[in-house]
Design a binder for this molecule. Structure first.
Ligand code: FES
Length: 276
């Protein structure tokens, strides 16, 4: 084995050890500095080995080969046979190939380990919120919202009962004159006596939609000025948001409190990840 081939083999061996070390460090809890160093050594070893080997295989300078019958000389054939018999050139290349395969394979195995960091599958948790039938609407302090306490053209931020501050359950309650509402088919009873509830999470990029222009019956997102028509299912009428704010169906219970009739019909939040 030539000097260059020895160097390449050593580089591949070092890369293999570094990759295996990276896997072990990651599996035992991880240490970013050590992981970075091992990753660097691994890639550097593979790169150095491949370049060294390639330089050894490729001859220097320009070479011109005459067009002539491609037959080998008797002396070349004899040399090749000798190599085969004593495990010469072919044997060395096999060692090099195995060393390189081990290094690349070890790096591949090490690269699989971060999959563990992705955590459990989210399941349906991204498509649903804590709202369900029978949950009262409560304020940020956990107080149930009595319908009669909401002023006409007023806005109240509400949460599912027992979960004040809920990130995906936050919603805005707006009270308008019932005769103004242009409910979509099947939603006529979602807003009793003019109480409309929409998700507070903007469908553009997720900012809280907290501004209400009572005169125009429009909800505004302060981040990029998306504007939603409260009377028509909170469909966007201005700005970058492309989807309506999901509406929460509600009713008024026997004690006069506002109560959810179920969850939002579609996932809340930015629409780009769940709609085509
Ligand atoms: S996040 Fe609401 S308009 Fe951009």
């Amino acid at each position: 084995m030539s000097r260059a081939e020895k160097k390449a083999t050593l580089a591949f061996a070092i890369a293999t050890v570094a990759a295996l070390g990276l896997a072990v460090v990651y599996w035992t809890g991880g240490q970013p500095q050590i992981e970075g160093a091992l990753l660097g050594v691994g890639f550097a070893g593979i790169g150095y080995g491949m370049v060294t080997w390639a330089n050894h295989i490729l001859a220097d300078g320009h070479h011109v080969q005459e067009r002539e019958p491609l037959s080998s000389l008797a002396s070349d054939r004899a040399a090749f046979e000798t190599d085969v018999e004593r495990g010469g050139e072919i044997g060395r290349r096999t060692v090099l190939l195995k060393a390189m395969g081990a290094a690349v394979g070890a790096m591949g195995v090490a690269a699989l380990f971060p999959i563990r960091s992705l955590g459990p599958r989210p399941g349906r948790s991204l498509s649903t919120t804590p709202w369900h039938d029978g949950l009262r609407l409560v304020t940020e302090t956990g107080q149930p919202v009595r319908a009669a306490d909401v002023p006409l053209d007023g806005l109240v931020t509400v949460f599912p009962e027992g979960l004040p501050g809920s990130a995906d359950g936050q919603a805005v309650l707006v009270r308008v004159r019932p005769e103004l509402i242009r409910a979509a088919p099947g939603r006529a009873d979602w807003s009793p006596d003019g109480y409309l509830v929409y998700s507070k999470i903007c469908t553009h990029a997720g900012c809280p939609v907290g501004l209400y222009e009572a005169q125009d019956h429009q909800l505004l997102c302060p981040c990029h000025q998306s504007t939603f028509d409260v009377l028509r299912g909170a469909r966007p009428v201005f700005g970058p948001a492309a989807a309506a704010l999901p509406q929460l169906p509600v009713r008024i219970d026997a004690d006069g409190f506002l109560v959810a009739r179920g969850d939002f019909p579609v996932p809340v939040g930015p629409s780009y990840w769940h709609r085509s």
